[in-house]
Design a protein around this ligand. Structure first.
Ligand code: IPM
Ligand code: MN
Length: 356
């Protein structure tokens, strides 16, 4: 909770449909804040592809420090059809993850009532787990380079880095989270120790060391390839998964589709330290072809807002929003796909507010 009792939220609508869905998240935040008597301050930032094309910079000087003074950030989407791939992702999303030291990427994977999963014979009781992805290291650290670039003898390196500190803080957070999440208390490490015999050996040893402090948590290990099979065949097996940045990126897209797709999947980039600024986002991307049409699903952005409230210490408000979401997916919405919901982007926000 914010030190002076006011929840300070920076809103970066970003590109494409990002601003449309972020607005629905904020609509719900305002509604629940009224019910729960939460004081808040909101501020919009226009960072994203359009601003980059206009000014040539993704984040202006001082932007990260300024954002770091907020309790949380709600991010709509990054990705612009006229900006080369990587520029906004690196310059905005990864820059904020790294500079604000948001070392946890939290992805709840829950099949809401009434939502279709592509997995035959599985329902809301079977698909309810969480992925804790390390968010600052691995192949994402940007270490590497070229030799003899643009020649037939070209060489490229891209180095995965793992630090004891990085593994340990993520693993410890995952153990704490598993302990509190429910009665199952099972934490599965997902890595590739049979091939990545240095980096993932460090992960494995760190996981074993930290596990000794949590005798009440059952530990388990899956190679990442096997995890992909199990997630499809027996998703009910998982409670909490902790994994590396790159593998976490990949398995959370698989997880996202089994929970009903990009219209519902949300994630948090969390700096759990006191005074840390965390950032929450719907997973759907900027969906340029749907921009301005009012057809994109805002459930994911509203879930991201619930995660924001939870991380900021407003558990009741977060629970109310999650309950309201599940009421409308279960009783009103026809589908979670863009254009097929039976409602517009803003209708969905209104319905959640009513259900609150
Ligand atoms: C995600 C996204 C990002 C990532 C991209 C946009 C850089 O795919 O949040 O999973 O790879 O982490
Ligand atoms: Mn991803």
């Amino acid at each position: 909770m914010s030190s002076d009792d006011t929840l300070k939220v920076a809103v970066i609508g970003g590109d494409g449909t990002g601003p449309e869905v972020a607005a629905e998240g904020i609509k719900v935040l305002k509604a629940v804040a009224k019910l729960e008597q939460i004081k808040y301050e909101l501020r919009d930032f226009d960072y994203g592809g359009d601003r980059y094309l206009r000014t040539g910079e993704v984040l202006p000087d001082g932007a990260v420090d300024e954002l770091g003074r907020f309790d949380a950030i709600l991010l709509g989407a990054v990705g612009h059809p006229e900006v080369a791939p990587g520029i906004l992702e690196k310059g905005l999303l990864l820059e904020l993850r790294f500079r604000l030291d948001q070392y946890i990427n939290l992805r709840p994977v829950k099949l809401f009532p009434g939502v279709k999963t592509p997995l035959a014979g599985k329902g809301p009781d079977d698909i309810d787990f969480v992925v804790v992805r390390e968010n600052t290291e691995d192949l994402y650290a940007g270490m590497g380079g070229f030799l003899k670039k643009h020649t037939p003898d070209e060489v490229a390196t891209q180095t995965a880095i793992y630090t004891r500190k990085g593994c340990e803080r993520c693993t410890r957070w995952a153990f704490e989270y598993t302990r509190k999440r429910n009665m199952r208390k099972r934490l599965t490490l997902v890595a590739k120790t049979n091939v990545l015999t240095f980096g993932h050996d460090l992960w494995w040893r760190t996981f074993q060391d930290v596990a000794r402090e949590y005798p009440d948590v059952e530990t388990d290990y899956n190679h990442v390839d096997a995890c992909c099979m199990w997630m499809v065949k027996n998703p009910e097996y998982y409670d909490v998964i902790v994994t590396t940045n790159m593998f976490g990126d990949i398995i959370t897209d698989l997880a996202g589709i089994i929970q009903g797709g990009m219209g519902v999947a949300a994630g948090g980039n969390i700096n759990p330290e006191p005074g840390g600024t965390s950032m929450f986002e719907p997973m759907g991307g900027s969906a340029p072809k749907y921009t301005g049409k009012g057809v994109i699903n805002s459930i994911a952005a509203i879930s991201a807002t619930a995660m924001l409230l939870e991380q900021a210490g407003y558990q009741n408000a977060a629970d109310r929003v999650m309950k309201a979401i599940q009421t409308i997916t279960g009783t009103k919405m026809k589908s979670q796909s863009a254009g097929k919901m039976g409602y517009s982007t803003t209708d969905v926000g209104d319905l959640v507010c009513e259900a609150l």
